[in-house]
Design a binder for this molecule. Structure first.
Ligand code: PMP
Length: 391
């Protein structure tokens, strides 16, 4: 038996879409930028996908850009907006200023650091409170005349803590209307949020979102950037695809897959969220029965798919290896951080002490995770832990 509990790392592709996907590959081909009938057919499929995404997020299709995933989207927005502001001097002669949550995915943190180190921007990293949540007032207080962007992720990928991005949006709107400013824009990485939250850019006062397809059951290498502002330069230039904001031939098949999965998710979101909450409840009840085990950020709003646990006095690297030998896949922090030996900056910035950080494991479930798998995992974990302590 194998047990997959790393659904926040990536989720098994939704097989129900595979038939439609294969049919599309068999039936339609051609470069979506070509003017011939084959190209036009692909372009029609792509534009149809764009309209569907626009509809799901309550925006116009011409602000929906397809790309390779959230890393690309995040890089594009941070670097592209800064370079645009520098080139057009939209905020005068000073360096553009960014307010970045310190618990973001490395694609945001590293991009911000590069901009800062290369003296292309000034960056303020803001930290959450002890409960993992940001205080919107603190974010607004950090705004300067040169601030062009605020970036706070919707759901944190290591802890599952859900930020009140809508409240940040409301506070920002108040602030901007009080001084009649266009900047700063509000960006939120919704990669871990999209499956269990309805996000409406108009209602929620969010300007820019980025996400990857493979986190909710479509294919790796596909993603979406939606931006109400076009004041950013493309990260990849070339043939001018995606309204000049992202060159390169679009993976129409992959985008088709992504849109189909997302439409299914949107239809069943409320029901599926409840089912998953119930599953996570069972998992966490079981964890809490193990003496020495605890759930982090238990009293903060959290996504139903992520549970960060810590087992006292067993280093996560050791536990990870033992579980892996039994074909149980979990994660130490985020998938990208797992290969490095460094302790998680995310947890550090969320005020988790260093010892506990080294004892954390991220368990992330999906609808496909069965109750039997959860029970088996709990039993195995309890046994491993007892054996380890009795050594
Ligand atoms: N943002 C978040 C919140 C993520 O969880 C991830 C994936 N771990 C990414 C961005 C990057 O996604 P990708 O690797 O698909 O570019």
């Amino acid at each position: 038996m194998t047990i997959y509990l790393d659904n926040a790392g990536t989720k098994k592709p939704d097989e129900k879409i595979a038939g439609d996907y294969l049919n599309l590959i068999k039936k339609s081909y051609g470069n979506s930028s070509s003017l011939h009938s084959h190209g036009r057919e692909m372009s029609k499929i792509l534009e149809n996908c764009r309209e569907k995404i626009a509809c799901l997020f309550s925006v116009e299709p011409d602000i929906v850009y397809f790309n390779s995933g959230a890393s690309e989207g995040n890089n594009t927005i941070l670097k592209g907006m800064v370079d645009y502001a520098l080139f057009y001097k939209t905020i005068g002669k000073k360096l553009p200023h960014l307010i970045i949550s310190s618990i973001e995915h490395p694609s945001i943190i590293e991009s911000a650091k590069i901009l800062h180190n290369h003296k292309r921007a000034e960056v303020t990293f803001i930290h959450p409170e002890k409960d993992g949540l940001f205080k919107p007032e603190k974010i607004i207080d950090s705004i300067k005349a040169e601030t062009i962007l605020i970036s706070v992720g919707f759901v944190n990928n290591e802890t599952g803590v859900v930020q009140d991005v809508k409240k940040i949006g409301r506070e920002l709107k108040k602030y901007k209307s009080s001084i009649g400013a266009k900047y700063p824009y509000l960006h939120t990485d919704i990669t871990q949020a999209i499956e269990y939250n309805t996000i409406n850019l108009e209602r929620d006062l969010i300007d820019i979102v980025t996400f990857s397809g493979h986190k909710f059951g479509s294919l790796p290498g596909t993603g979406v950037l939606i931006s109400k502002t076009d004041k950013f330069f493309p990260l990849i230039s070339g043939g001018g695809q995606e309204m000049d904001k992202r060159s390169g031939t679009v993976d129409v098949y992959g985008i088709y897959y992504l849109v189909k999965v997302l439409e299914n998710i949107a239809q069943k979101r409320i029901k599926n969220t409840k089912i998953l909450q119930h599953k996570k409840g069972k998992l966490e009840q079981g964890i809490e029965k193990i003496e020495g085990a605890k759930i982090l950020f238990k009293n903060s709003p959290r996504s139903p798919h992520i549970s960060l646990i810590a087992l006292k006095n067993i280093e996560h690297q050791n536990l990870f290896v033992i579980l892996d030998k039994q074909k149980i896949s979990v994660s130490i922090g985020s998938a990208c951080a797992s290969k490095s030996q460094k302790i998680s900056y995310v947890l550090k910035n969320m005020q988790v002490d260093a010892k506990t950080i080294r004892e954390t494991l991220r368990i992330s479930i999906a609808l496909a995770t069965s109750n039997n798998e959860i029970e088996a995992f709990l039993k195995i974990l309890a046994k491993i832990y007892a054996d380890y302590q009795g050594r």
